[in-house]
Design a protein around this ligand. Sequence first.
Ligand code: ADP
Ligand code: ZN
Ligand code: ZN
Length: 746
Amino acid sequence: MPEREPYAQVIVDIASANTDRVFTYRVPEGMALAPGTRVLVPFGHQTLEGLVIERTGQCDIPPERIRQVIEPLEDYPAVLPPLVDLAREISAQAHTPLALALRLMIPSEMRAGRVKAKTQTVARLAIPKAGIEQALADNSRSPKRRLLIKLLSDSLPHPLQELKALVRDPLPALKQLAQAGAITLSQEEVFRSPYAPVSGLTPDPVLTLSQEEVLRELLPAIQAGKGSFLLHGITGSGKTEVYIRGARACLAQGRGVIVLIPEIVLTPQMVSWFRGRFGDVAAVLHSGLSAGERFDEWRRIRSGAARLVIGARSAVFAPVKDLGLIVVDEEHEPSYQAENHPRHDAREVAASRARREGAALLLASATPSILSFAKAQRGDYMLLEMLTRVNQHQLAQVTLVDMREELRLGNRGMFSGLLVERLRACLDAGQQAMLFINRRGYAPSVLCRKCGEALACAQCDVKLTYHQADRRMHCHYCGMTTALPAICPGCGSAYLRPVGVGTQKVEEEFAALFPGVPVVRMDADTTAGKDRHEQLLNRFRSGAARVMIGTQMIAKGLDFPQVTLVGAILADLTLNLPDYRAQERTFQLLTQVAGRAGRADMPGEVIVQTYKPEHYAIAAAATQEYRGFFQQEFARRRQLLYPPFTMMVRVLVEARQEAQSREVSAAISQRISQHLGQHPVLRKRVLYVREDAAPIKRIMGRYRAQVLMKLLAHDDSQQVLAFLNDLTQEAWPCRVGLEIDPASLA
Ligand code: ADP
Ligand code: ZN
Ligand code: ZN
C-alpha cells in the first residue's frame, strides 16, 4: 500500500459492537495492510481486535493524537474486498451496524483467537537427488538415518507423524540429518479435514438431453461471468449433474464455485457426489463440523487450496476468490432466510454477490418458490426446465387416500388399508419404503378426556408433545421436558390420553403391523450429535434398514435407488399452519416427498393420506404439476393481496409481563397510525395495521405481541420501512424487532 494512504479506517472490537465505531489509525511504515485485514489496535488503555475497512490518505485528527496500528492478526485480509462491500450492503439493508454484518464473513472461531491454526513438523530432503548416494555413505553407521534418507528421497514433504509410523523414534535422527544439511525440518499448517482423502474419481455419465439443453444456456453465462437462472427440474431429473458440469467449467477457468444446500441432512450425499468428481478441491462448511474443522475448511478456501465450496446458508459468505458460479439447490427452502441480525436472505445475497464479482447465479428446485417463479416470469431470471427424469424413468404414481372414508370403514389406525397392502408388497419384493409425517415425537398433545384441556408448556403457549422413548412431555419451542402427570392439572381426573400422531407413534404402529422389519427414524430427536445424520442415512442406504420414517428432513433431495414406495401419513399437517404460505409449503413438501420414490429402474408409487383430498394444493401435488399449482396459487395471492403483491411486515414485541408486551405494541401501533396520518401518500400504501397477541403468545417465558402490517409492493413502502426501522430502534422497555416478510409468522 503506497505512502499516499498512510491511514487505516478500522472497525474496532467487532466481537461486541452494537453500533459502528470506525476509528482512524496510522499504519506504521512498511506494514502491508490491505482492506479486510484484521488488526490489533490500541483503544483507550486496552488492546482490541479490529478490521481495516479502508485505507485513506486524509485524516482530520491532529497528527500528535493519532495512534498506530499495533500489528495485523493475519498476513492476509480475512475478509476479501468484495465481501467488505457486500457487508456494507447487508448492513444498509438490514439497518444494522457494519460490524455485525462483517461477522458473517469470518468464522466465529477466528474472533478473539478461539481456535488456532494447527501445525505439524514436516521433513523434506534438502539435497539434490544426485547427492543421495553420498548422504547414504556419510551415514553408513546409522541404519535409522539411512532409512530416513531413503524414505525422503522422493523429495516430497513427509509429516513427522507419518515417519513415526514407519521408523521408531525418528526425531533425534532427523535432527542430526537436518544439522548436517541433508534435510530440512519445518513447521507447516495442517488442515483438519472432516473427510477421508478421495481415492480415484468417478467417471462422468453421458448427459441426458435436457441436461445438455440446460448446459447450453448455462455454460456461456459462466464464461461471460453473468446471468441469473432459475432451473425448474422435476425430482430425479438430474439437477446435481448440471451443478457438477457448471462447476467444472468454472474450475477450468481457474474460478471458484459455491454450492448452497438447505439442510445438513443433504450434505453427505452432495459432498460425496462432488468429491467423487473433483477430489479434495471441494470444501465443506456447515454447523455439523467441529470448530477446528470448520476453521480449517475456511482457511483451505481462503488460501485457494479449495475452490469449490459446498455448504449451508452461511457458505454464501465463503472467502472464494474469482467466484464464477453460485448454485442454490432447493431454492424454495425457507431455511435460506436468516432471521437473526443482521437479517438477510441467502438467495438475495447470492444474487448480489454474483453481480458484484462477475459470477453466474443458478437457483434450482423441483418446486420453485412462488416468488422466484414469478421473478422468472417477469424476466428477472432466465427460466430453464428439465421436465423428464433421467433414463426415461417415470414420476411415481400418486394415489390419494381419503382418511374420512377409512374411519367410516372402522379403521382407527394411522395406516390406511391401501398403504398397508402396498407396504407389504414392497417389502415382500425386497424393496425399500419411506414414510413421511411432518411432526416429530409420539403424540402432539395429551388431552384430558374429562375437561378437554391439553397439557401445555409452563413457559410457552404451546401444547406439549409426548415422547414414547423417555415417556416424558417435551416442549418443542424451549426444549423443556416434564414427566407425564398421573392426573389432569386442571380437573384432577385420571383420564389423560395422548392424541394425534408424530414420528414415534408411526414407528410404533408400523412395528405392530410389520414385526421385525428394521426401521430408521429420522427427526430432530434422532439426529442430534455429530455424524448422526450420516450414520442413519448409511443404515438405510446399505439396506440394513428397510423402511425410513421421518419428518420434512427426509422429504427432499435424498436419492435412494431401492425406494419404490413413499407414504405420506397425514398430508394435512402443514395446511393448517397459520401462514399465507401453508398451501405453498404443503405442495412443495408433498411433491418433494413423492419425488423420493422410483428414482432408479423400478417404478415408484406414492400414497398420500389426507382428510382434504379435494384441496387444490393436495390435488396438485398428486399430479405433480408445478405450473398448474403456480397459476392457481399466484392468482390467489393476487386476489388476497399476499406477497409478491404485498409485503408482510411485523413488529414483534417480547416482554416478561404480558401487560407490558401489549402496552408497548399498542404504543408502537399508535405511533405508526400517527405517522401515516401525517403522510397521506404513505398511508395509501399500507393496507392495514393490526395490533394483537402473536399466534404463539409465549415462548421461553416471554410474552409476544405484534403489530402486523401489509404494505403494497411499491417504492413508497421503502419510506414506511425506514420509519419503522427508526421506530423499532428507539429505547423501548422490552425487546422490539422488525420483521419484513419473515419465514414464519408464528
Ligand atoms: P434431482 O436433484 O434433479 O432430483 P439427482 O441430481 O439427484 O436429481 O439425480 C437423480 C439420479 O440420476 C441420481 O442417482 C444421479 O446419479 C442420476 N443421474 C443424473 N444424471 C445422470 C445421467 N446423465 N446419466 C445417468 N444417471 C444420471
Ligand atoms: Zn382435566
Ligand atoms: Zn416451552
